[in-house]
Design a binder for this molecule. Structure first.
Ligand code: IMP
Ligand code: MG
Length: 183
């Protein structure tokens, strides 16, 4: 059997599974303190946030409901093209609810900005954004996420849910892809 490894395409590991687990535990604790009495509505932005979302929800000790939405930012290669739309919405009524939107990474900020604006029209009690990664980009007017796991440099990362051309999501850590894999 010839196994096609995903790990061999990784240039280096940026955040190990242990580091991620520790940080997710901290975020879970913070969110429990803030929302533990509010029965938050946790919304996972598919597909990239899937692993982060399930791990984060398990680190929160409170009543919550969970749902999954899907946004597309028309990605071409490794850069967003700037147009966002919702591929799959939630049908849970947000009125009066504390909504927590969970993303994998914020880059241009367009996806989260779009989602927050949309959900604010549905009369929730609050909308909070959480992103595992916050890419440090030189745009002062960019949308600011409320909670983040790690700030990372402007590099294209894969793993722990994040993909390149739909592969590498299953890597257990966050890594940088080898340049030759983009060709
Ligand atoms: P934004 O709308 O530019 O903030 O981009 C957010 C979306 O782009 C994320 O949900 C990811 O799906 C994708 N994305 C941005 N940067 C990366 C990356 O480095 N690796 C994988 N996906 C990324
Ligand atoms: Mg995404």
């Amino acid at each position: 059997m010839l196994i096609r490894s995903a790990k061999e395409d990784v240039k280096y590991v940026m955040h190990s599974r242990e580091e991620i687990a520790a940080r997710v535990r901290e975020l879970g604790r913070e969110l429990t303190e803030k929302f533990g009495d509010k029965k938050p509505l946790m919304l996972c932005v598919l597909r990239g946030a899937a692993f982060f979302f399930t791990d984060l929800c398990k680190e929160m000790d409170c009543l919550m409901d969970m749902d999954f939405i899907s946004a597309s930012s028309y990605f071409k290669g490794t850069k967003s093209t700037g147009t966002v739309h919702l591929v799959k919405d939630t049908d849970i009524n947000m009125e009066g609810r504390h909504v927590i939107v969970v993303e994998d990474i914020i880059d241009s900020g367009l996806t989260l900005e779009y989602l927050v604006k949309l959900f604010q029209t549905r009369n929730p009690a609050s909308v909070t954004t959480v992103s595992l990664l916050d890419k440090v980009v030189d745009k002062p007017e960019r949308f600011q996420v409320d909670y983040y796991g790690f700030k990372i440099p402007d590099e294209f990362v894969i793993g722990y849910g994040l993909d390149y051309a739909d592969y590498y999501r299953n890597l257990p850590y966050i890594g940088v892809l080898k340049e030759e894999c983009y060709q």
